[in-house]
Design a protein around this ligand. Structure first.
Ligand code: SF4
Length: 513
């Protein structure tokens, strides 16, 4: 049998040719016009889904029951398509929301938006491909056999199944080379004959029978082949998309939005100073040891040791302190008292630094309330150079130095090994989450870390010291906040574009002497 473009005829709606199956290979870019608001909503929600995929992939064995269950729940709650058993009539656009059509459309469009945002660097491309592949694997594996075959048909994947005669002749070899097969299952199963170079993963794992340059693949293993195909297509598509970036970036509406998405943080907004005035300057040393994430602990120590921080560090740490509740007066006092212990006298501080601190608090310039940096921003932008202390130690420190630092903080050797393994796998936020668990002596942090200020709040909550702070800031995440009562639609974080522009603007006020 050969799958050569035997496409099912669909008559309901022209768009159904594009959305006729719940799973796509994203071959055709969307051609319709969409609003900027929908553009942003779709992108933020897919990003949220991909971040869940990443977190689950590290916390659970991929494709285990728990992994699949949790991922399925997230896909459903974000209204992405999953179950294939759909009444064709629900594909009709005019049906009430959320329709299967709308879910598939969102899946399609959101994938292409993130392609634009995540084609920009090698790191971003690698992250995007990995999460998209894991998502695809879950969705494909979850399809009933009939829908898998239909998917292959639709996407013109020309894999031949071998004839009954050939199966009979190769029965023994197929039983011996395919895991868990008996004579009966070989007769019942379809086997695909695929050029062996398309099935290298299966060959490497000795999971298939090889003969004459072909691998004989049982039906349930076909996901490996489809996944290889998906990766190759996506990787080529990202390279092509990167080439067309200059044109996209010349669009002043999209450029800041795409930049923001690639550094995006999907969660609570810590810019709002609900907890203002809840922290005293005397508490900061103790808090830095107990409740600051490693990035902020490092910055605090450097500031105390050197009585100075360069502009990258002042921005990252200054906004974090503002987020945990320092008032403008406290911030001025904090920075001044430390700087004048070094090479800067009070007069120079007032002339060169005080303005930028007032600006950070929205008291100068555009009077904007600036947002503390998310982990994604710290990890992906402005890497530290010599003499800098900003950045994320899990991402930017040499592993040996990181190990020494963790040892000096008295983390257990096994804990350090776990953290370094996560760092090696480029799961920096999960490494930080493990650091949280080890330093707070708990098994499971119970949250998904996205923000240094979130780390602080969770720590305070756990240590019982943040009741007031918690009370003030504990509000639903923005995304959840805007979910309608029936859960039908979720709005994006407002003003993300504006926020990115403002952040760039703030940078210019933090020039080093
Ligand atoms: Fe800081 Fe986030 Fe890195 Fe943790 S993961 S050290 S909170 S930037």
């Amino acid at each position: 049998m050969q799958f050569t473009g035997r496409r099912r005829k669909l008559t309901v709606h022209p768009q159904n040719e594009l959305y006729g199956h719940c799973l796509q290979l994203y071959g055709q870019p969307p051609l319709e016009n969409i609003s900027l608001s929908e553009f942003e909503t779709f992108a933020v929600e897919r990003l949220k889904l991909l971040k869940t995929v990443e977190n689950l992939g590290v916390s659970y064995v991929k494709m285990s029951e728990q992994y699949s269950k949790k991922l399925h729940a997230e896909i459903s709650s974000l209204h992405f398509p999953h179950r294939p058993e759909v009444d064709e009539s629900s594909l009709n656009k005019s049906q009430a929301v959320p329709t299967e059509y709308e879910k598939r459309r969102k899946d399609h469009i959101s994938h292409f938006i993130l392609r634009l945002a995540y084609c920009q660097t090698e790191d971003l491309r690698r992250w995007f491909i990995q999460q998209e592949m894991d998502l695809f694997r879950h969705r494909f594996t979850d399809l009933p056999p009939k829908f898998k075959t239909e998917f292959l048909h639709r996407n013109n994947l020309k894999y031949d199944t071998i004839s009954v005669e050939e199966k009979k002749n190769l029965k023994d070899q197929l039983i011996n080379s395919s895991y868990g097969f008996s004579g009966t299952t070989v007769v019942e199963q379809d086997f695909y004959k695929v050029p062996f170079q398309d099935a290298l993963d299966l060959v490497r794992m000795r999971k298939v029978f090889l003969q004459g340059g072909y691998a004989y693949i049982p039906h349930q293993e076909i996901v490996t082949i489809v996944l290889n195909d998906f990766r190759t297509r996506l990787s080529k598509a990202l390279a092509l998309t990167a080439r067309s970036l200059p044109a996209v970036q010349s669009d002043e509406r999209l450029q800041p939005l795409l930049n923001h998405l690639s550094h995006a943080y999907v969660g609570q907004d810590y810019s709002i100073q609900k907890n203002i005035g809840k922290v005293s300057l005397e508490q900061i040393d103790a808090l830095s040891a107990k409740s600051f994430p490693l990035c902020m602990r490092q910055l605090h120590k450097a500031l105390r040791d050197n009585h100075h921080l360069r502009h990258g560090g002042r921005m990252q740490y200054g906004l974090f302190l503002k987020g945990i509740g320092l008032t403008l007066e406290q911030a001025l006092q904090f920075w001044r008292s430390e700087f004048i212990r070094g090479k800067v006298d009070a007069d120079k501080f007032d002339k060169a630094y005080a303005y930028s601190i007032r600006h950070m608090f929205g008291k100068e310039g555009k009077r904007t309330d600036y947002t503390p940096y998310s982990c994604m921003k710290v990890i992906l932008s402005n890497p530290p150079s010599q003499g800098d202390y900003h950045g994320c130690p899990f991402r930017h420190s040499d592993p040996e130095l990181l190990k020494q630092k963790l040892q000096s903080y008295k983390l257990s050797p096994s804990g350090i090994v776990q953290i370094l393994d996560l760092v090696k796998g480029m799961h920096y936020q999960l490494a930080c989450q493990k650091y949280f668990e080890l330093t707070h002596n708990i098994e499971d942090a119970g949250f998904s870390l996205n923000h240094p200020n979130q780390y602080f709040m969770e720590s305070q909550k756990l240590l019982g010291g943040g009741r007031e702070i918690k009370k003030e800031v504990e509000m639903p995440q923005k995304v959840q906040e805007n979910t309608t009562a029936n859960g039908a639609s979720v709005q994006p974080q407002p003003n993300t574009t504006q926020a990115m522009e403002e952040m760039g603007d703030l940078d210019s006020y933090f020039l080093d002497e």
